[in-house]
Write a protein that binds this ligand. Structure first.
Ligand SMILES: Nc1ncnc2c1ncn2[C@@H]1O[C@H](COP(=O)(O)OP(=O)(O)OP(=O)(O)O)[C@@H](O)[C@H]1O
Ligand SMILES: [Mg+2]
Length: 211
């Protein structure tokens, strides 16, 4: 059986990743493709427990290095127990965030050394890389407006990482752009402005030829 494809969604908070990953999953399923939808950190029982630790805001929040290692521990579990078996079974795997978020947040955002992250991340993933990564890009004001809308709609507050300052978020954007410039064949930049239907259409135009 042919190996499935591994597609990841990346970008800063509020750009529409979770919205679009669900829409793409529905379109692929309608085209007869077996899809596994997952998210990071999370996607296995252990990894969801780690997600809880990463979002913990009580007296002992993770320091930058332990934050990196927790993300990677969750990823190692997800790759081994969910992503690899699904790809081997010919399914397509869509992940809401993956390794590029680690480079952007813990590397460009927190300032941990990129070469160390690369080594540790390759170890955690056992070399697995996405076949295609969709980087959703919107301006800061649009992202902030969408985040406020979601907080109001779901009655949730911004979490520890979401609350990091404007400088942090500016470094993230710059980081994602640098990652895309370094691997333009894998990382495809998507204009994520406009309605959810507009963005879905742009993504489908890119993905359709792969089916
Ligand atoms: N194209 C769009 N136009 C307007 N609102 C949108 C659009 N896409 C998503 N939204 C809304 O904006 C909010 C943020 O979208 P979503 O949760 O998909 O973003 P995200 O990238 O997954 O964010 P996070 O990184 O915080 O998980 C949601 O309330 C969603 O319904
Ligand atoms: Mg999301």
């Amino acid at each position: 059986m042919a190996r499935g494809r591994f597609i990841t969604f990346e970008g800063g908070e509020g750009c529409g990743k979770s919205t679009q990953v669900r829409r793409l999953a529905a379109q692929l399923q309608a085209a007869g493709i077996d899809v596994v939808l997952t998210r990071e950190p999370g996607g296995t029982r252990l990894a969801e427990l780690v997600r809880g630790l990463l979002k913990d805001e009580r007296e002992d929040p993770p320091c930058d290095r332990s934050e990196l290692l927790l993300f990677l521990a969750a990823r190692a579990q997800l790759v081994r127990n969910v992503i690899r078996p699904a790809l081997a079974a010919g399914k397509w795997v869509l992940s809401d965030r993956f390794s590029d978020s680690t480079f952007a947040y813990q590397g460009y955002g927190r300032g941990l050394p990129l070469d160390t992250i690369r080594l540790a991340n390759d170890f955690a993933c056992d070399g697995l890389k996405p076949d295609m990564t969709l980087l959703l890009e919107v301006d800061a004001a649009t992202a902030a407006r969408r985040m406020r809308g979601r907080e109001a709609a779901t009655a949730t507050a911004a979490d520890r990482i979401e609350q990091a300052g404007d400088d942090f978020h500016a470094r993230l954007r710059e980081g994602f752009r640098a990652l895309a410039a370094a691997e333009p064949d894998r990382i495809r930049r998507i204009d994520a402005s406009g309605t959810p239907d507009d963005v879905e259409g742009r993504i489908w135009t890119l993905l359709k030829p792969l089916i």
